[in-house]
Design a protein around this ligand. Structure first.
Ligand code: CA
Length: 223
């Protein structure tokens, strides 16, 4: 899927970018506002977002943070000045790349092409495990062919279980493997995430629970 959403409130920049992307054959839509962009992105029809940081309603960072709760598509930020962009924040939010204004639209097109190529390679790398399909490169998991909208830790948790169906993972081991870089965890972190994960799986099939609880031992994925 190569439809691109450009979120940019400065019309001169937007026009130049739209022209460059469309000249390359990319079906490119344009949004001036962050909230409207999120609404469009929820449709799932887009393969990449070019996202201005300074928008009139909410910031590009806010858009990215919200986007990451339901999508893993590549995000390229546009930022006013090189020094302004907070790389760490951008990366934490799941940005794939950024360009400082003024930039060459041709350079942007080159980066868009590179990102799309990467996500298309990832597209073909699905591993099937029972009713699950896992794309490790794209960090996506499908259940009965429906894409699960997972948070970072839900994803890591399910990916760990999927790696060895039937194997029991203790809470301690899951904490060590998955939350090693987190600092706001407590005794209930694993259980809480199992709960939200189960709720998402139930949203697709309410009748079965593929995650098994082993009292005093931990969790496994039913083999
Ligand atoms: Ca702006």
């Amino acid at each position: 899927m190569t439809r691109i959403l450009l979120v940019e409130d400065e019309t001169a920049i937007a026009d130049a970018v739209l022209y460059a992307l469309r000249a390359e054959g990319y079906d490119t839509r344009h949004s001036l506002l962050g909230l409207n962009a999120l609404e469009q992105l929820r449709s799932g029809d887009y393969g990449l977002v070019v996202l201005d940081v300074g928008l009139p309603d909410i910031t590009g960072f806010d858009v990215c943070r919200e986007l990451r709760t339901f999508s893993t598509i590549p995000v390229i930020f546009l930022t006013a000045r090189d020094g302004e962009f907070d790389r760490v924040l951008g990366l934490e939010l799941g940005a794939d790349d950024y360009m400082a204004k003024p930039f060459s639209p041709r350079e942007l097109v080159a980066r868009v092409r590179a990102r799309l190529r990467r996500s298309q390679v990832a597209e073909s790398a699905w591993r099937e495990t029972g009713r699950f399909r896992h794309d490790p490169a794209g960090q996506r998991i499908q259940y009965d062919h429906a894409e699960l909208m997972l948070t970072r830790y839900e994803y890591r948790l399910l990916a760990a279980l999927l790696a060895r169906p039937g194997a029991i993972f203790s809470r301690e081991r899951l904490m060590d493997d998955i939350w090693r870089d987190a600092n706001d965890t407590d005794d209930r972190t694993v259980d809480t995430h199992i709960k939200t994960l189960r709720a998402k799986l139930r949203g697709i099939d309410a009748a079965t629970d593929p995650i098994q609880t082993h009292r005093g031992l931990g969790y496994s994925l039913k083999a």
